[in-house]
Structure formats: structure tokens, C-alpha cells
Design a protein. Sequence first.
Length: 247
Amino acid sequence: MSIDLDWCKLDASLSSKLVSILNRQLASTARPSFIGPVEVTSLEFGSTSPDVELVDLADIYRDFMEDDDDDEEEDFEWVSRRGAHPPELYAPLHAPIPGPSMLHFNISWHSDLRITLTTSLLINYPSPMFMSLPIKLSVTGLIFTGQVAVAYEGERRRVHLCVLDEMDPYGPHPHPKTPSPDIDAKPPPVGQRLLPSIFIESEIGQADKHVLKNVTRVERFIQDVIRKTVEEELVFPNFHTLIMGDP
């Protein structure tokens, strides 16, 4: 069943929270020696909404119920949850619990969102950080294709969100993908499969002086960071919880 989204409802408040999540991930990500600290300065959702298809409605899995009951519930809070269960424990842990519901969606998104980042190119010769050149990067779009689970707990006013790896046999998805019979064919990493294309523009230098555009090595680093962020923050057993305040 196809789902229509009112994409224009995504506001600056959600954008600000996502910027904070990305900056937190960037702060803990190892950088090449030639790249300085990276900061996301803005995020725009664009005008193109994803194509969403509802593929399953099920009881919520136990993994989503094991969060911290002491979270603050003023207004709302967007909380990152890191899965800590070893693979051999997934099966008993995510047995369904009757009551709260969980929706599975297939999502295809040829996005025109825009994320602006700043960093610097470090020249480490003849001494460390001998020269620093400002860099401005703009993610001008991406392609996402994958399955998303959204679980709703009405009594606790929580919405849990995660991305499912269709090739993970332990994940809570209704239609796991059968591995290829070719044992020599190694599938791409999950981040590459979920985000096969990320479009980036880059500029090195100051706008009022000479500017070098589209630097491949810097753009590739940012693509890797985005894929790693999605994998470490959202791919099951990791998930995010939206804690809603009182109505």
C-alpha cells in the first residue's frame, strides 16, 4: 500500500536536531591527516519526498521496549539507542509483544535535500598544520533505498525508528533477502547498499580569492562519514526514539 507524505511539514526544529546528531558523529569520527574538524552548519529537506510503501503491520519487538524509562518527557526528545545484543541473542530478544504496533515500509528516495558542511584542508609540510585552507561542502542530494521499521507505543508516547538490513538474518524484517549462492561474491557494506549514491559539491579556498572546486578525496571522506552515521545510528539493532511530551 502506497503512503503519501506531507513533506512540507518537516520543520527547522527537526532539522536542528538532525544537525546535532550529525555533528556528534563527526566529532567522534577519525579523520585523514589532511582534513581538519568537520561541522554541519545547515540541513534542508528539499522538496522531493520519498516513495513509501507499507509492506507489513506487526506487533512491536522487545528490543524497542528496553529503553530507559527515566528519559525526560518535556515537549519531546530525540534519543539515540545503541543495540548491544550479540547476534546469537537477537532471536529471543526481538520476539513480538502483543499490543503496541510496528509498521514496516519499503522506501525509495531520490532526494534533493541539501546539507552544508565546513572543514579545512591541512598542509602538513614542512611541519604539522603548516597551512590550512577553508573547505565548504554541500550534499546536494542522495539516493536511499531500503526498509524502515516504525514502532509506536501509545501508552508511553514513544515512536521508535530504525533502518533494516535485508541481508541480516537476525533483523526484525518480514522478508529477509536470501544470500547469493555465489559464495565468492561479497555484498557491499550495508551503508553502501542503503545509500548507493551521495552527490557532493566542494569548494576549497576563500570566495573572494581563487577557489578550487570538486575535490574528490574530500568528497569521498564525507560520503563515507554519512554512510557510517546511518549504519551506526539507525541500522538495527541501533535505533532512535522520539519521546513525546504530554498532549
